[in-house]
Design a protein around this ligand. Structure first.
Ligand code: NAD
Length: 289
């Protein structure tokens, strides 16, 4: 199967490399990056020539729309555009509509698992789009990841991703502020973890990714908050959740508050390159004023 792969950054390059290593005929294109060991095309149009599946891994919805407008008319009828980027639901659905007119199926398949997951082929895909295309892309999901969940129609993969990450941002903030409060109340962090991780306050943020250094399983907090999952990426996903909530008229007060906290952390305080769990040292140093 011939695959075109557009967007060879931190995530796209290792995903494309895994497909090539599995024997697929992969041609990549990126406006800047030129990773070694991959067959590269000089233009996006060249990369998609004759491809049965075109995969995109791009920074945002505006770029996805531009790239789609360029390549869709050149793609084969009956081929599939598989977008693995995290973008806004509206852009995903707009691209799906244009593609359908060209006789091309689309799948929105944002991932969780980060750069390590992309390198190790252990990503989780949340997928929107038609069932037949999902089944055709199955072998590729198996190589690039460990799990692909079909979430329904176009845009539902993005919807699942931003809802999940909105919960994650909120629970991480809740966990960090509770640790900072516990400190001030004289409660030992290990005792706090031992109680909460086995009580009703437990969550992935506490149990699997504890923001307190030296407590719980190994996590970015044990490595001076080197990501992991950078606060800047959490802010991106929270903003997408609030954009979607605005479009859908959904009331998300905690999502909104989490977005504002990560905005201050990233933009006002310059901490975007730190792991998103570095909210704990932020709360630690603050009082109510
Ligand atoms: P990145 O910035 O490293 O890579 C994006 C690549 O797209 C860059 O190499 C850039 O040159 C290229 N690009 C931009 N415009 C282009 C165009 N018009 N044509 C061709 N290439 C173009 O970003 P990344 O970390 O690889 O993330 C990619 C996507 O995956 C984003 O949507 C991100 O939100 C999502 N994501 C990232 C992570 C992570 O941990 N990095 C985790 C989950 C999801």
């Amino acid at each position: 199967m011939k695959i075109g792969f557009i967007g060879l950054g931190n995530m796209g390059a290792p995903m494309a490399a895994n497909l090539a290593a599995a024997g697929y005929d992969v041609t990549g294109f990126d406006t800047v990056a030129a990773p070694e060991g991959l067959t590269l095309a000089k233009t996006a149009l060249k990369a998609v020539e004759g491809a049965e599946i075109v995969i995109t891994m791009l920074p945002n919805g505006a770029i996805l729309r531009d790239v789609a407008a360029e390549i869709l008319p050149a793609m084969r009828t009956g081929s599939i555009l598989l977008d693995c980027s995290t973008v806004d639901v509206a852009s995903t659905r707009a691209v799906a509509e244009v593609a359908a007119k060209e006789g091309i199926a689309t799948l929105d398949a944002p991932v969780s698992g980060g750069i390590g997951g992309a390198q190790g082929g252990t990503l989780t895909f949340m997928v929107g789009g038609d069932t037949e295309a999902f089944e055709k892309a199955g072998p590729l999901f198996d190589i690039m990841g460990q799990k692909a969940v079909h979430c329904g129609a176009a845009g539902n993969g993005q919807a699942a991703k931003i809802c999940n990450n909105m919960i994650l941002g909120i629970t991480m903030i809740g966990t960090c502020e509770a640790f900072a409060l516990a400190d001030k109340l004289g409660l030992n962090r290990q005792a706090m973890f031992d109680v909460v991780s086995t009580s009703s306050g437990y969550s992935w943020s506490m149990n699997a990714y504890c923001p307190a250094p030296g407590i719980g399983p190994k996590s970015p907090s044990d490595n001076d908050y080197t990501p992991g999952f950078a606060a800047a990426l959490m802010l991106k996903d929270l903003r997408l959740s609030q954009e979607a909530a605005g479009d859908a008229d959904a009331d998300t007060p905690l999502g909104e508050a989490a977005t504002e906290l990560y905005r201050m952390f990233v933009e006002d305080e310059g901490q975007g390159a730190k792991d998103f769990s570095a909210m704990l040292p932020r709360f630690e140093g603050r009082g109510r004023g």
